[in-house]
Design a protein around this ligand. Sequence first.
Ligand SMILES: [Zn+2]
Length: 165
Amino acid sequence: MDHAFDDLLAHNREFSANFDLQGFDGVAKSGVAMVTCMDSRIDPLGMIGLVPGDAKILRNPGGRATERTLVALVLGANLLGVDRILLVQHTRCAMASKSERELLADISSAAGHDASWLDLGAIEHQELAIIEDVHRVRSHPLIGDRARVGGFLYDVDTGLMRQVA
Ligand SMILES: [Zn+2]
């Protein structure tokens, strides 16, 4: 093994020495699940006043309600105490700033290999995508009746989250 992760493992040993997150189960204590983007500017728990143990956080490029995300929300809503679901996209998202074709060209050039076969899921219109995803979750037969679903746009410059759907 190389030493690529040594600094992180050193921090983990410190973390473990002061570990105080034991003693609770995998249920979302606040009943919240949030689907949001992988963007590093987003602090999903902090931005809605929650802490570890409170919520299920599901992240992917753009913060979309993908097939696997829906599976996670089914598990959350039926087995893990989730009764409120937030779908959160954000301003200045890379997935919404360029077209699918442009993003694939960027990836191809960065990777040095053709990426045009990839299904990236670039977002053409964020508010429409949020509305569409909210509908997708609400109309899911194993989620719809069990959780309230809201769609939001988070502003990475102000930290404010606005409900869209
Ligand atoms: Zn993003």
